[in-house]
Design a protein around this ligand. Structure first.
Ligand code: ADP
Ligand code: ADP
Ligand code: ZN
Ligand code: ZN
Length: 851
């Protein structure tokens, strides 16, 4: 049997053998993947790359690992999803370097992710300069996350949270009876407190601002809690009379000042909503004790090179590297002197400096030298965070593992790709395997082995088109990857469209931008380029969005508030953009009436949000079901067919289709609901059918299938047509938002925008829209952006994809370097002009795309 022979063959040379993989859309595939090699998984978005690399290979490695460590974890893992695969052999332990979607905790920082902070703490503890007489401190004393180190006033947060008159009484023209004290409870509790004030003789019918200062302060801030008789509904005079006549009160009430109430509910409530409400009456300011440096005064008194450890955290990594270079290596003068004066200290410093420099070198090589140690991870882009983790792994001593990665080139300028390839090669050289999902053709070309998944997305994909060394892919006709990898030329030359006007930003100051002037052409598509950290996002996603948003007078639909109140308080205050739109806001907007950001942020964190609800398509479907004769007979209205309304949905999972399983020590997971088996609806609702399908059946249709099913319903067709146009035919209508990749979420948002009547006059802002997209998907995206421009809109994208830059009408190149070496407009013009700029680091990479 030739197949058996082949199996024996691959078993010999160190392959991971996958048999019968069926996770998500995978079509029962067999594939052999070499170990100790750089393996790149390619294929169009939604073809099944992640299903193979992460949901099958990584998930299985993880499961085996947990099985080996704990029987308890094993039991839990049996409840969770076991990858749907017959067999995997030869799989080493795996480490995933995945792009984090969702928010990591606010306390994680560049210093903690890279473990550089640990080294510095050791250095300060053992070899710092202490004030005379102060005993040595332990390394923990230099961390704000330990009781030994945290500033006692702010507990290491760097900010204090207090209530003020303005925060608790937003409208001082109101009287107490009109609920001037907004921070008090809304329902009975608030009425109780107002009644108590009446008993205490306070005038509740005078506007707040006209009450005496002492009275206002007492009501808001006192720690006293007098207990007084309460006569609801009585006036001050009537209460006085009642007390004189010794009338029995309704009850005895206990007063609590607004501050006591807010602080107490924030500290003790178990309800996330109450906690959020309490937080909304608090304001934060820098801690008076540590001035935002988070550490105790003793810890801050220890210095190295004249800097306390907090100041060190504010230096860019490249500065720290040059500072310690003076101590690393044998020829160092500084070290020689220390060896004479403080020999033991010299040994500690030499060791730590060498280790720091070794780690920093990799970070600088990956183009991250502009970051600071204190920068919190939620403010980093997913690509930056993944490269930080990658750099940390490169210097670790792990070997014999497989690193599974998700598009490590995300956010990386082509000028930095070589550094990324060096880092990957470094991991491989010490005996690791690399399984990388990637679209960047330079990375794909560098692979030892390609696994091409396809040919299309969803149901149309899930097959292995090719598994072997890159050059063999050329022969695979069905492969979209082959078409791009071996294309004779890069895309087509085109004539840039003429701008319809200009939007001029002036004196913009934000992050690394200082008094920058920059003009964006209207009615065309602009790509903003520049190396990572040069200031593209600061200019586009922050300054442009802020200034235009302000000029339009409408808040832009941006991030949702953080999920919980703790995170809300820990958030650093949002920086303000300084700057203006030249020529006065109204006329200078050149006809822009709306501002729309289309980002890759998840469109919902629970399965309650799905494709059909997000696009509004479900509303039309529900109406169709309510209009069926049987629904009419039973008086089921459209609401009955919503899984967000109690009457029609499954009572067990309340319409989520999933129940959350809490796992000890592990992130909780969603499992299908045991009552409705994931259909979300109760049995009666599912008795209603439309053209032979229940509402749950309809939610199970793919966009393509729904398009046939509803071929004669124009309202539904409108949504489906745009979803197909952005290449999402394969998604199911009821597919929960939690399953969408960043690229899918972005295209759903784009489709939702496109289905609105195209009125023109909108400014679309997209930050790295090609992340996670195969070159074929990028072509589609560009076509959609072109359609927006054709309909009279303006498009501004930040991107590294030179195909996108070449296809746009205007390019603005920011740089030349990162951080304080960037932040300027290096070149601006039609693509050919920027490609010819001698100062632009983008130019050499753009040129080949314009030939
Ligand atoms: P790629 O990584 O190639 O972009 P994926 O492996 O993420 O593709 O997705 C392949 C298919 O599986 C798509 O149709 C996607 O919608 C679907 N899919 C992804 N995650 C899930 C999930 N958790 N449950 C069900 N289907 C999923
Ligand atoms: P790009 O988009 O070109 O990668 P950014 O605009 O994100 O660059 O960053 C430009 C500079 O501003 C960098 O030095 C970066 O560290 C800094 N920066 C960006 N965002 C923040 C932030 N939220 N807080 C502090 N510094 C920031
Ligand atoms: Zn403090
Ligand atoms: Zn259920």
């Amino acid at each position: 049997d030739p197949e058996d022979a082949a199996d024996k063959d691959t078993a010999k040379v160190g392959f991971v053998r996958v048999r019968g993989a069926r996770e998500h859309n995978l079509k029962n595939v067999d594939v052999d993947i070499p170990r100790d090699a750089l393996v790149v998984f390619t294929g169009v978005s939604g073809s099944g790359k992640s299903s193979l690399a992460f949901s099958t290979l990584y998930a299985e490695a993880q499961r085996r690992y947990l099985e080996s460590v704990s029987p308890y974890a094993r039991r839990l893992f049996h409840q969770m999803s076991v990858p749907d695969v017959d067999a995997i052999e030869g799989l080493p332990p795996a480490v995933a370097l995945q792009q984090q979607r969702g928010s990591p905790t606010a306390r994680s920082s560049v210093g903690s992710v890279t473990t550089l902070s640990n080294l510095l703490r050791m250095l300060y503890s053992r070899a710092g300069d202490y004030p005379p007489g102060q005993p040595l401190l332990e390394a923990e004393a230099f961390s704000a996350n330990t009781p030994e180190g945290a500033c006692p006033t702010c507990h290491g947060l760097g900010r204090v949270h207090e209530v003020t008159e303005a925060s608790m009484v937003p409208d001082p023209s109101l009287t107490i009876r009109e609920r001037a004290v907004a921070a008090w409870p809304t329902a009975w509790g608030g009425q109780n407190l107002r009644d108590i004030l009446i008993t205490l003789g306070i005038d509740v019918d005078t506007p707040w601002r006209d009450l005496p200062r002492e009275t206002r302060d007492w009501i808001l801030f006192t720690e006293e809690q007098p207990e007084v008789p309460v006569y609801p509904g009585f006036s001050v005079a009537e209460v006085r009379e009642a007390i004189r006549r010794k009338l029995p009160p309704n009850y005895m009430g206990t007063f609590s000042s607004a501050r006591r109430h807010v602080m107490h509910s924030f500290a003790t409530t178990h309800s996330a909503m109450m906690k959020k409400r309490a937080a909304s009456f608090m304001v934060s300011s820098p801690c008076p004790t540590c001035a935002g440096r988070r550490l105790r005064p003793e810890s801050l008194s220890v210095t190295f090179e004249g800097l306390d450890i907090a100041a060190m955290g504010q230096l860019q990594l490249k500065r720290i590297a040059s500072l310690f270079a003076a101590y690393a290596g044998d020829g160092s003068e500084r070290l020689e002197e220390l060896r004479r004066t403080r020999p033991e200290t010299a040994i500690v410093i030499a060791r730590i400096a060498a280790d720091l420099c070794r780690r920093l070198a990799v970070l600088l090589d990956l183009g991250l030298g502009y970051l600071t140690l204190e920068r919190s991870t939620p403010t980093l882009s997913p690509g930056e965070l993944q490269r930080l983790r990658l750099a940390t792994q490169v210097v670790s001593t792990l070997f014999g593992v497989v690193y599974v990665m998700d598009e490590p080139s995300a956010g990386l300028h082509p000028a930095d790709t070589q550094a990324l390839l060096r880092a990957l090669d470094g991991l491989k050289a010490v005996g690791n395997s690399l399984f990388v999902v990637e679209h960047d053709l330079d990375v794909v070309r560098h692979a030892d082995w390609i696994v091409d998944v396809g040919p299309a997305a969803g149901e149309g994909g899930g097959r292995i088109l090719y598994s072997g060394p890159p050059k063999g892919l050329r022969r695979v006709a069905a492969s979209e990857t082959a078409r791009h990898l071996f294309a004779p030329d890069h895309g087509q030359r085109r004539t840039p469209r003429e701008p319809q006007g200009w939007l001029r930003l002036a004196d913009v100051t934000r992050n690394n931008l200082t008094n920058l002037n920059c003009a964006f052409p209207l009615g065309v598509m602009t790509t903003v380029t520049g190396i990572s950290g040069s200031g593209k996002s600061s200019l586009v996603s922050q300054a442009l969005v802020d200034l235009v948003g302000k000029a339009l007078g409408a808040p832009v639909a941006v991030e949702e508030p953080p999920a919980d109140a703790e995170a809300m308080l820990e958030q650093e205050p949002v920086a303000e953009t300084e700057g203006r739109i030249e020529g006065g806001p109204k006329d200078a907007l050149g006809g822009i009436k709306r501002l729309i950001r289309v980002d890759q942020k998840p469109i919902g964190r629970t399965p309650r949000s799905n494709l059909a609800t997000y696009t509004g398509l479900l509303d039309h479907v529900r109406t169709l079901f309510a209009e069926t004769p049987e629904a009419k007979r039973r008086r089921y209205d459209a609401g009955r067919f919503s899984f967000n309304v109690a009457k029609g949905r499954c009572p067990r999972c309340e319409g989520e289709g999933f129940v959350m399983v809490e796992l000890l020590f592990l992130p909780s997971v969603y499992a299908p609901c045991p009552v409705c088996h994931g259909t979300r609806y109760n049995a009666q609702t599912l008795e209603i059918t439309y053209r032979g399908k229940t509402i749950a059946d309809v939610l199970g249709l793919t966009v393509a299938a729904a398009s046939d099913f509803f071929h004669d319903v124009p309202a539904i067709q409108r949504s489906l047509t745009v979803l197909r146009a952005v290449g999402l035919d394969y998604l199911r209508l009821g597919q929960p938002a939690t399953e969408f990749s960043g690229g899918e979420a972005q295209r759903i948002k784009l489709a939702t925008e496109l289905q609105r009547a195209q009125r023109g006059g909108a400014l679309y802002v997209l930050d790295e829209p090609t992340t996670g997209l195969h070159p074929t998907d990028v072509e589609r995206l560009v076509a959609q952006l072109d359609a927006l421009v054709a309909a009279g809109n303006t498009v501004v994208v930040v991107d590294h994809d030179m195909g996108v830059a070449a296809a746009s009408d205007w390019v603005i190149d920011i740089g030349p370097g990162a951080g304080d070496e960037g932040g300027r407009v290096v070149a601006a013009g039609v693509p050919a002009v920027v490609a010819a700029s001698p100062d632009s680091r983008t130019a050499p990479h753009l040129r080949p795309f314009l030939r």
